[in-house]
Write a protein that binds this ligand. Structure first.
Ligand code: GRF
Length: 211
């Protein structure tokens, strides 16, 4: 009897001390190398886990990554995303706490922003506010950086609001741009920065927010 009482006390004490693992949804439209990197990172952590991949493109590589890692995926339709519920009920049902955009090409509807304000972040492959805005994604960003003859580029991790690449910056870091760089060599250098920093920034943010 005494043992059961002690067990119950320590069990409930643990529940109060250890915060529950937070659930991340990653929104991605393409290959998903960042998504994969974030998934692997959080497999080793207790703070959070990637619980859902949200994708607008049924052919995207990121869906294969979700499959391999046994993570649920949700393929979204334009009409419902922009003119319907924006999949907020699905995100609620999966108990998603935090949204990470990693190469997601659609604008985020206000319904999602309102539900997840300050819990939704994006990564941009340049130093915002330069080289951001509508149409600035993938190689077009690196092309613009090279044509402007910038000496450095980098990554920006920022909160997401109703406008493209506009929310408050959380983290930036830089890398050099060399005269003989191509969009491919620059993209590779930028991806290395993304792999190194993005999961850590996500983790710190979740820990800070939910402590
Ligand atoms: C990344 O460079 C990210 O900055 C941008 O989209 C790209 C996605 O790449 N938002 P991947 O699909 O994660 O390889």
């Amino acid at each position: 009897m005494f043992k059961l009482g002690a067990f119950l006390i320590s069990y409930f004490a643990c529940l109060m001390i250890i915060p529950p693992t937070k659930k991340i949804a990653i929104f991605a439209s393409g290959t998903g190398t960042n998504a994969d990197n974030i998934i692997q990172y959080f497999k080793q952590k207790k703070t959070a886990t990637v619980a859902l991949i949200v994708c607008n493109n049924p052919q995207a590589g990121v869906l294969k990554i979700a499959d391999i890692n046994n993570i649920a995926s949700l393929i979204i339709q334009k009409e419902k995303f922009f003119k319907g519920s924006a999949y907020v009920p699905e995100l609620r049902n999966t108990e998603i706490d935090f949204i990470v955009l990693a190469g997601f090409l659609w604008k985020i509807p206000t319904l999602i922003i309102n539900e997840y304000r300050d819990n939704i972040i994006n990564i941009h492959p340049a130093l915002l506010p330069k080289f951001g805005g509508k149409g600035m994604y993938g190689n077009s960003v690196h092309e613009a950086v090279l044509s402007a003859k910038e000496k450095e580029s980098g990554i920006t991790i920022h909160f997401v609001d109703e406008f493209y690449d506009n929310g408050k910056t959380i983290f930036q870091t830089t890398c050099p741009v060399y005269e003989n760089d191509t969009t491919e060599t620059l993209a590779k250098r930028i991806h290395e920065l993304e792999y190194k920093y993005f999961p850590k920034v996500i983790e710190e943010l979740i820990e800070k927010k939910h402590s």
